[in-house]
Design a protein around this ligand. Structure first.
Ligand SMILES: Cc1ncc(COP(=O)(O)O)c(C=O)c1O
Length: 449
């Protein structure tokens, strides 16, 4: 109990606002601190400072598919700290990063054999955009500087990522800092044509033709790359229409434009395949990854590129640095060690196949909520799902917030943004846990009115 009173003291004595939290309504959080303080985690559950055990419905922030406190990860962290805790990867190297790059490349589509490490999704995206600019410049096409993103896209918070991103609230405060030459495709989400679709909608393939329009407007010779999430995760699991990604690929290929898949959420099994690229049968030129590669335990991100891109950079004098880009912690030994264990566990426990088994369980369970009046849409793909609530008149976001708070006291840690709830449960979840999650949801939604 000594521990409990220490926790209480900590919460009471916190200097107001000393910790300025990311993507948080800080003042609201401070007013509800106890319920929202996480003190421990094991398997698929967190425990809050009020002692509530809550099911981790989004795997942290889409990043802990193997669950928390995995004994093999704990052991790998300890062992690596004793052996090689940090190694600069500028002009030096270490075996863990090399072998992890090899294993990641083996999981990627065939012609993608080269991995560059960063430490987060945002860094991975900015790295990808710089690879695209550098690639064209080396090829003598430095006038290809434009980037095409998509409305509702989330590509992190770096200046590059926010510029190609398509979430208004993440853009408007920083409008003056946007990268030049960025344009956006329309998003593909039109509920009147696709509400309550299971898996990929059949409506919306034609939205890929927006890219033809932008190529006509700007001319292909000015466009470096198109970046899209195969499934838009952060704006509530927007699933690509059948054939949409294929069509983007065709247009990019026909116009010498690089296609970047931001797979920070969809990579490493979430779609029931190693990457969304394989799930949707489309090979991009660059894949970004982060999150699940280390089960969220030690930050890591990166990009995977084709042989064509890598070989283009590997020209010029041999003593010259080919890509003047990188981070102090690129290829960090601790992250690499954890990445190896994550890939071992995924393979040995067949977790990607398990996602395929759990996908119809989640789909059936989540769509069973369709009869609830307050729900405007439900969608799903892989081990992900999204629910939109009809907003309360004059109070957008109120339903999402009420549900989030009710969840914390009733066994569910929910990810609510506005009136949308996103789900990405751990791969280690049982079918029963997914069904229980949805039963609890039904109860909470019904009580909420
Ligand atoms: C598709 C995508 N790209 C980039 C990011 C940014 O990742 P990070 O928060 O690690 O910088 C995210 C985060 O959710 C993401 O979903």
């Amino acid at each position: 109990m000594a521990q409990d009173s220490e926790k209480a003291d900590l919460l009471r004595n916190e200097r107001e606002g000393v910790y300025w939290q990311p993507f948080t309504a800080n003042r609201l959080l401070r007013a509800n601190m106890e319920a929202r303080t996480l003190v421990s985690a094991k398997g698929a559950y967190y425990t809050t400072s009020e002692g509530n055990k809550v099911f981790d419905t989004l795997s942290g922030l889409w990043c802990t598919p193997l669950g928390h406190a995995h004994p093999r990860i704990v052991e790998a962290v300890r062992k690596q700290a004793e052996t090689l805790d940090f190694a600069p990867c500028f002009q030096l190297t270490h075996p863990g990063a090399i072998s992890l790059a090899e294993r990641i490349a083996d999981l990627a589509p065939q012609e993608m054999n080269h991995v560059f490490f960063a430490n987060s999704g945002s860094e991975a995206v900015d790295t990808a955009l710089k690879v695209a600019l550098g690639y064209h410049r080396i090829k003598g096409a430095g006038n290809r500087f434009r980037m095409i993103g998509r409305e509702r896209g989330y590509h992190g918070v770096g200046f590059g990522g926010m510029s190609v991103g398509g979430i208004v609230s993440n853009r408007k405060m920083f409008a003056a800092g946007m990268m030049p030459g960025v344009d956006h495709l329309r998003h593909t989400y039109e509920p009147q044509h696709m509400a309550f679709t299971r898996g990929q909608p059949t409506w919306g393939t034609h939205r890929a033709e927006d890219l033809v329009r932008l190529v006509t407007l700007h001319d292909a010779s000015t466009i470096a790359a198109v970046i899209v999430e195969p499934v838009q995760g952060s704006t509530g699991v927007i699933v690509p229409p059948v054939g949409y990604l294929q069509r983007l690929r065709e247009i990019c290929t026909a116009n010498g434009i690089l296609l970047i898949f931001d797979e920070v959420i969809t990579g490493f099994g979430r779609m029931g395949e190693n990457f969304g690229a394989q799930r949707f049968g489309v090979t991009p030129d660059i894949i970004t990854f982060a999150k699940a590669v280390t089960n969220g335990i030690v930050p890591m991100g990166g990009v995977i590129v084709t042989d064509e891109i890598y070989n283009t950079f590997m020209t010029g004098p041999e003593n010259a640095i080919e890509f003047c880009h990188g981070y102090t912690y690129s290829g960090h030994p601790m992250a690499a060690a954890v990445g190896h264990v994550v890939l071992d566990v995924m393979r040995e426990e067949g977790l990607v196949a398990r996602v395929r088994e759990l996908e119809p369980v989640l789909e059936d369970a989540i769509h069973s909520l369709k009869d609830l009046d307050v729900i405007a849409d439900i969608r799903n793909i892989g081990l992900t799902a999204g629910i939109d609530f009809k907003p309360v008149d004059g109070k957008p976001g109120a339903r999402g917030l009420a549900l989030f708070e009710a969840g914390l006291r009733n066994g569910l840690l929910l990810r609510c943004t506005g009136d949308t709830v996103s789900f990405g449960p751990p791969f280690i979840s049982t079918a029963q846990e997914l069904r229980d999650m949805v039963s609890t949801l039904r109860k909470l939604i019904s009580q909420m009115g």
